[in-house]
Design a protein around this ligand. Sequence first.
Ligand SMILES: Nc1ncnc2c1ncn2[C@@H]1O[C@H](COP(=O)(O)OP(=O)(O)OP(=O)(O)O)[C@@H](O)[C@H]1O
Length: 270
Amino acid sequence: MDKILEIKNASFSYDNENNVFEDISFSISKGDVLCVLGPNGTGKTTLLKSLNGLNNLKSGEVILKGNPLNSLSFTEIAKVIGYIPQGHIPTFPFSVLDVILMGRSPYLGLTESPGEKDIKIAENVLKNLNILHMANREYTNLSGGEKQLVFLARVLAQEPDLLILDEPTSHLDFGNQIRFLEIIDNLSKKGLTILMSSHFPDHAFISSNKVAIMKDKHLIDFGTPENVITEKTLKFLYNIDLELLEISNNRKICVPIKSNSFFDFDFFKE
Ligand SMILES: Nc1ncnc2c1ncn2[C@@H]1O[C@H](COP(=O)(O)OP(=O)(O)OP(=O)(O)O)[C@@H](O)[C@H]1O
């Protein structure tokens, strides 16, 4: 299989002293959907940013389609990677179409405006995501879920090989989370590679063929959801009691039972 992205023995530190993560290695190939799971603050966002050139590794390297990431310009990276960060809120009231056309900027000169071809690509993406009717709406007036779809359209207009999505379902309601994961599934079937972080092991069962587990600065497991997402691993990861149940179509779901934390609310009595 064609390797799209490879990370080798990577470590990262914000202050050059304390490492956020250490010695991380894995690779993903065309059509893979990799879900990165790990507790809050474990370094998922930091890792995702290191994979698209926004963070410089302390040691190790990232190889993007055979080239060292640090040898590529941001424009070259943007032609291969579409990145959706957490909580992206443009302050200006651009139209939805304009927001999506911004995805074409890696292909335009500094002073060049999007042309007919770019508009066609943007409209095509809107059509494929079933949101063409939103083209002239103001982006800032959209709901959280609509914004997420439009931002996905924007990165798809970049015509990338790889999507890096940081908690892409965090602003979506229950139904839209599943619909978004189905879009991910369809995109991967068309040959796009997807790397996303999530707080929901169930989402990995729905849409991923690979899972990376991060905890205490390290990648503690990497493999298929069936092999990697076990009750033992999830209990260790999130420190709660839970059961993994099998439902129809051999799909597994994760059901939390109770947390092992002790909360003392006595101060409310005073
Ligand atoms: N710009 C920064 N400067 C210094 N420390 C940072 C910075 N960004 C994140 N950190 C720290 O790095 C660690 C990892 O943060 P990161 O956001 O990567 O974790 P995460 O797994 O994505 O968390 P969450 O699941 O809560 O989004 C945390 O201790 C965080 O406080």
